[in-house]
Design a protein around this ligand. Structure first.
Ligand code: PEP
Ligand code: MG
Length: 888
C-alpha cells in the first residue's frame, strides 16, 4: 500500500524537510521542527500526490488514504489525550493546504474542525470559557459553510451584523456565550434552508469534507492565476496538513503571532514580528486589529504604547527567541515563523524561509557569510537573479522637495508614480493600454493579485508589514506603502483623502515604498547603482562565473549605464537604431528612396560621419573591451512614413512629390517583411550600405585607438545568414574596406567578422559557415521565430492562450525553448567549434538576460551572454549561479 500520510509530533516525525515535494512547505517544516523536539502540535500530512489522485477519482478520497488518516488521528489522540468526536475530551483539528512553494492565501483552510452540538459543550467545560467555545463553533460553521459547503461568507456576516445590531453591540468581543449560541442556531438554520441539508454533526464527515475542499482549492481561480504568474506547474498539487488545534484566543494569557528571525525589509539581524493577544492566527494577517511588536526595541521604535510580547509574556518570549536562534542555525537561513501561545504555553505552527526584499536578502546573505553560517558561493546562490530588478528600481531624488500627503509602512521598496485607480480591474485595463497606475485599496486580498501585478505600485490604508498587500508586493518586487492610516479611501466617490488634499481617480501620486511616504504628483527619481552588499555579492558572483556578460547597447547612454552595471563589452549594437534619431532619419530616407546607386551613395556619404562619431564614442566608452557591431538588419520600409498624413509631411519636407513617395513605399512593400528583404540580404542587394558601415567602424576604431591608447578590436556581425556564400559576399566587402582604411590611416586594426545564428539552416550548416565566420552570436529572437514559424511581433496574441490551455508553459520568446531552439544552438555550437575550435560563441537575443536561459548557455559552453543594460547584474548573477551549479 502506498504511504499517503506522514505523522509528526511529540519529538518524532515520519518525514523531513527533504520531502518538501510531497509534504509541501508547511508539512515538511512541521515534521522537521517536531523532529528537533520543538513544541509542535501533533498532526499529520497527506502527500501532494494524493491531490492528483483526488482529481483522477472524480474528487473522492480513496479508501487507503482514509484508513491512513484515521490511523494518524489515533496517534494524535494518544499524544494529546483527547479523542476526535469525544463528548468529554474532544480533539479539534485544523486542516490546511501546503504546496511545494508558498502560495500565500491562495488556497483554503478550515479551523476548529470537530466541533458539533455536543463537543462544543465539552470545549466550554474544559476551557472554563463557554463564550470562547461557542465563538469557536460559530467560526467553524462560518468557515466550513464557506469553504466546504460553498456558501458566500457574506451571508454569515449579514446574520452576525443583524444580531449585533439587534443586541446593541458594536464589537464581536461584546457578544456573550448565550448570544454566540444563538448565532450558531441562526447559522445552522440558514445553512439547512439554503442547502437543504443540515450542518454535518459527525466529525468524520466534517474531516473528509474539509480535506476534499483543500484539495479542491488547488484549482480555484486565484490559485490558478497565482501559478500562472509564478510558473508553478499544476501537476504539483497541494498536500494537506491536519493538526491539533491550539488556541491563541483563550483569554489574556493567550496570543498568536508571526515573526521573522531577521528584519525582512532591511535584513538587519533582529527578531521582527507582530502578535495579538487573545486572537486566532488569521486575525494577525487579516489586518483587522493593529498588532503589537514582539520585541521591546521594536515597540519603542514604532512609538507604540501597547506592550511588547517581551514585556507581556517574558517566559514565552524567551523560549520563542531561543527557538528562533535554533531554527536559524539549523536551516542556515532567515525564517518566517508562526506561533500561538495557549494559556502561557508556546506552540510553533509554521516555519519557512522568510520572504524578504532583495536588499534584505543581500544583507542576510553577506552577514551570514561573515557569521560563518554559509560560504560565499552559497551566498551567491541565495539571491534570486530576477529579484535584482527591485534594486534596479528608481528611488526618489533626495534633492527634491516632497509634497507629502500621507504616510504608512515602508512595505516594499522602490518608488513609483502613476494615476490612482481603485480596483484591480482598472489596473489591468491600464496596463493593457500602457498607462502607469498606483492601485489604491483599503486592504488587498488574493482576488487583487492580477491588478497588483499590473500596477506600478500599491497603496493601502489598512494592514501591517505582514498584511496581504505587503507580502505580495515584496514578492512581486513592486513598491508598496501599506497601512497609510493618515489617508482615507472613499470608494463610492472614487476619492483618496490625504493631508489637506482630496485626490480623485486619475490624479497622479508617487509612493515611496522605502520610506512609506505618499507624495502628490510625479516626482523626479534617481537611477539605482551597485554598492554595499550588492557590490560585495557581485564580486563573489564574478569570481564564480565562467561566461562573460556583455550588453546590447545602441547609444552612448546605454553603453555607459551598462558599464556602470559591470558589462564587459557590447554583444550587440543594432546600428539601425542610430538612424532613427533627429536629422538622421531624413538622410536615411533619402538613401532608401534613391532610385540608383549614385543617389544612395550620396546619402550614405552624409550618414558616414554620423555613424563614425557614434562608433567612436562607443569604442571610447568601452575602452578596449570587445564591441560587436551588427550590419543594418531591418527591412528598409521600417524607416519610411506610414499614414497618408505622415507621407505628405515627409514628402514636403524632402521636396518630393507625395505621389512619388507613395509609389516608392508601395514598391518596397513586402507581404512578410520578417522573412523578406532584410539582414545580410540588404548588404547583398546594396553593398554600398555595408561599405559605408564598415568604413565608419574602421575609421572610428582608428580614432578611438588613437584617443584612448587602448586597442580596439571591432567584431563585425552579419545578420540573418543562412548560406556560407552570403557571408562570403559581405565579408569580402568588409575586408576590402578594412584594407583601404588601414592603408589610409597607416594603422593596423585587428578585427573579427562573424555572423548571427538566427536561422535553422545556419545552425545546421554551422560547420560550413564557421569556415568563414570568426564568431557566432545566437540571435535567439529570430531563431525562436524561425524555428517555431511564429511571428515574434504577433505571438503575444496567442501565446497566453497556449499557456492557459497548458500547451506551453513558458513563452519561448522570453525563456529559451531548450528542446527545439536549444537543440539547434547545441548543434551549431558543436559543429561550429568542430571547424574552428577557438571560435567565440555568444547569445544576444532577449534570452541573454533571462536567468533560466543563461543556465542553458552555461551548459552549452557559450563564452558570453549579452543583454540590455539593466539586466547586466541579473545576467552576472545568473551566470555565476549556473557555473556554481555546473561544478557541483
Ligand atoms: C535576435 O534576433 O535575437 C537579435 C538579437 O536580433 P534582433 O532582435 O535585432 O532581430
Ligand atoms: Mg535578429
Amino acid at each position: 500500500m502506498r504511504k499517503w500520510v506522514y505523522t509528526f509530533g511529540g519529538g518524532v516525525a515520519e518525514g523531513s524537510r527533504t520531502e518538501i515535494d510531497q509534504l509541501g512547505g508547511k508539512g515538511a517544516n512541521l515534521a522537521e521542527m517536531a523532529a528537533l523536539g520543538l513544541p509542535v502540535p501533533p498532526g499529520l500530512t497527506i502527500v501532494s500526490d494524493a491531490c492528483g489522485l483526488y482529481y483522477k477519482n472524480e474528487k473522492t478520497l480513496c479508501d487507503d488514504l482514509k484508513v491512513q488518516v484515521l490511523q494518524g488521528i489515533s496517534g494524535i489522540e494518544a499524544a494529546t489525550g483527547r479523542a476526535f468526536g469525544d463528548t468529554s475530551h474532544p480533539l479539534l483539528l485544523s486542516v490546511r493546504s501546503g504546496s511545494r512553494t508558498s502560495m500565500p492565501g491562495m488556497m483554503d483552510t478550515v479551523l476548529n474542525l470537530g466541533l458539533n452540538d455536543h463537543t462544543v459543550e465539552a470545549l466550554g467545560h474544559h476551557s472554563g470559557d463557554a463564550r470562547f467555545a461557542w465563538d469557536s463553533y460559530r467560526r467553524f460553521i462560518q468557515m466550513y459553510g464557506d469553504v466546504v459547503m460553498g456558501l458566500d461568507h457574506e451571508v454569515f456576516e449579514e446574520i452576525l451584523e443583524d444580531e449585533k445590531a439587534r443586541l446593541g453591540h458594536e464589537l464581536d468581543t461584546e457578544m456573550s456565550a448565550v448570544e454566540w449560541q444563538h448565532v450558531v442556531k441562526l447559522y445552522k438554520d440558514m445553512l439547512e434552508q439554503e442547502l437543504g441539508e443540515p450542518f454535518p454533526q459527525d466529525p468524520h464527515v466534517q474531516l473528509w469534507g474539509a480535506i476534499g475542499a483543500v484539495f479542491s482549492s488547488w484549482m480555484n481561480p486565484r490559485a490558478k492565476t497565482y501559478r500562472l504568474l509564478h510558473n508553478i506547474p499544476e501537476a504539483w498539487g497541494t498536500s494537506v496538513t491536519v493538526q491539533t488545534m491550539v488556541f491563541g484566543n483563550l483569554g489574556s494569557t493567550s496570543a498568536t503571532g508571526v515573526a521573522f528571525t531577521r528584519n525582512p525589509s532591511t535584513g538587519a539581524r533582529e527578531l521582527y514580528g507582530e502578535f495579538l493577544v487573545n486572537a486566532q492566527g488569521e486575525d494577525v494577517v487579516a489586518g483587522i486589529r493593529t498588532p503589537q511588536s514582539i520585541t521591546e526595541a521594536a515597540r519603542i521604535d514604532s512609538g507604540s504604547d501597547k506592550p511588547s510580547l517581551e514585556k507581556l509574556m517574558p517566559e514565552a518570549f524567551a523560549e520563542f527567541q531561543a527557538i528562533c536562534d535554533r531554527l536559524e542555525s539549523h536551516y542556515r537561513d532567515m525564517q518566517d515563523l508562526e506561533f500561538t501561545i495557549e494559556r502561557g504555553k508556546l506552540w510553533m505552527l509554521q516555519a519557512r524561509a522568510g520572504k524578504r526584499t532583495t536588499k534584505a536578502a543581500m544583507k542576510v546573505a553577506v552577514d551570514m557569510v561573515s557569521e560563518g553560517l554559509i560560504s560565499e558561493q552559497e551566498a551567491v546562490l541565495r539571491i534570486e537573479p530576477s529579484s535584482l530588478d527591485q534594486l534596479l528600481h528608481p528611488t526618489i531624488d533626495p534633492r527634491v522637495e516632497r509634497h507629502v500627503i500621507g504616510s504608512g509602512l515602508p512595505a516594499s521598496p522602490g518608488a513609483a508614480s502613476g494615476a490612482i485607480v481603485f480596483t484591480a480591474e482598472e489596473a489591468v485595463e491600464a496596463e493593457n493600454e500602457g498607462r502607469k497606475v498606483i492601485l489604491v485599496r483599503v486592504e488587498t486580498s488574493p482576488e487583487d493579485i492580477h491588478g497588483m501585478h499590473a500596477a506600478q505600485g500599491i497603496l493601502t490604508t489598512r494592514g501591517g508589514m505582514t498584511s496581504h498587500a505587503a507580502v505580495v508586493a515584496r514578492g512581486m518586487g513592486i513598491p508598496c506603502v501599506s497601512g497609510a492610516g493618515t489617508m482615507r479611501v472613499d470608494l463610492r466617490n472614487e476619492k483618496l483623502i490625504g493631508l489637506g488634499v482630496t485626490l480623485t481617480k486619475g490624479d497622479i501620486v508617487t509612493i515611496d515604498g522605502s520610506s512609506g511616504q505618499v507624495l502628490k504628483g510625479e516626482v523626479p527619481m534617481l537611477q539605482p547603482e551597485l554598492s554595499g552588499d550588492f557590490a560585495q555579492l557581485m564580486v563573489w558572483a564574478d569570481a564564480a562565473r565562467r561566461m562573460t556578460v556583455r550588453t546590447n547597447a545602441d547609444t552612448p547612454g546605454d553603453a555607459r549605464a551598462a558599464r556602470s552595471f559591470g558589462a564587459e563589452g557590447i554583444g550587440l549594437c543594432r546600428t539601425e537604431h542610430m538612424f532613427f534619431e533627429g536629422e538622421r532619419i531624413h538622410v536615411m530616407r533619402e538613401m532608401i528612396l534613391a532610385e540608383d546607386e549614385a543617389g544612395r551613395r550620396a546619402a550614405l556619404d552624409k550618414l558616414l560621419p554620423m555613424q563614425r562619431s557614434d562608433f567612436t564614442e562607443l569604442f571610447t566608452i568601452m575602452h578596449g573591451l570587445p564591441v560587436t557591431i551588427r550590419m543594418l538588419d531591418p527591412p528598409l520600409h521600417e524607416f519610411l512614413p506610414k499614414s497618408d498624413e505622415e507621407i505628405e509631411e515627409v514628402a514636403n519636407a524632402m521636396g518630393l512629390e507625395p505621389g512619388f513617395m507613395r509609389r516608392r513605399i508601395d514598391a518596397l512593400h513586402e507581404f512578410n517583411p520578417m522573412l523578406g528583404h532584410r539582414g545580410c540580404r540588404l548588404a547583398i542587394s546594396y553593398p554600398e550600405i555595408a561599405e559605408m558601415q564598415a568604413r565608419a567602424i574602421f575609421e572610428a576604431a582608428v580614432a578611438a585607438a588613437r584617443e584612448t591608447g587602448a586597442p580596439v578590436v571591432p567584431e563585425i556581425m552579419v545578420p540573418l545568414v543562412g548560406l556560407r556564400s552570403e557571408l562570403d559576399y559581405v565579408k569580402a566587402v568588409i575586408d576590402r574596406v578594412a584594407t583601404e582604411v588601414m592603408g589610409e590611416a597607416k594603422l593596423e586594426i585587428s578585427y573579427l567578422v562573424g555572423t548571427m545564428i538566427e536561422l535553422p539552416r545556419a545552425a545546421i550548416r554551422a560547420h560550413i559557415i564557421a569556415e568563414a565566420a570568426e564568431f557566432f552570436s545566437f540571435g535567439t529572437n529570430d531563431l525562436t521565430q524561425t524555428t517555431f514559424g511564429m511571428s515574434r511581433d504577433d505571438a503575444a496574441r496567442f501565446i497566453p492562450t497556449y499557456q492557459r490551455k497548458g500547451i506551453i508553459i513558458q513563452d519561448p520568446f522570453v525563456s529559451l525553448d531548450f528542446d527545439g531552439v536549444g537543440e539547434l544552438i547545441r548543434i551549431a555550437a558543436e559543429r561550429g567549434r568542430r571547424t574552428r575550435p577557438d571560435m567565440k560563441l555568444g547569445i544576444c537575443g532577449e534570452h541573454g538576460g533571462d536567468p533560466t536561459s543563461i543556465h542553458f548557455c552555461e551548459d552549452v559552453g557559450l563564452d558570453y551572454v549579452s543583454c540590455s543594460p539593466f539586466r547586466v547584474p541579473i545576467a552576472r548573477l545568473s551566470a555565476a549561479q549556473a557555473a556554481i551549479k555546473a561544478r557541483a
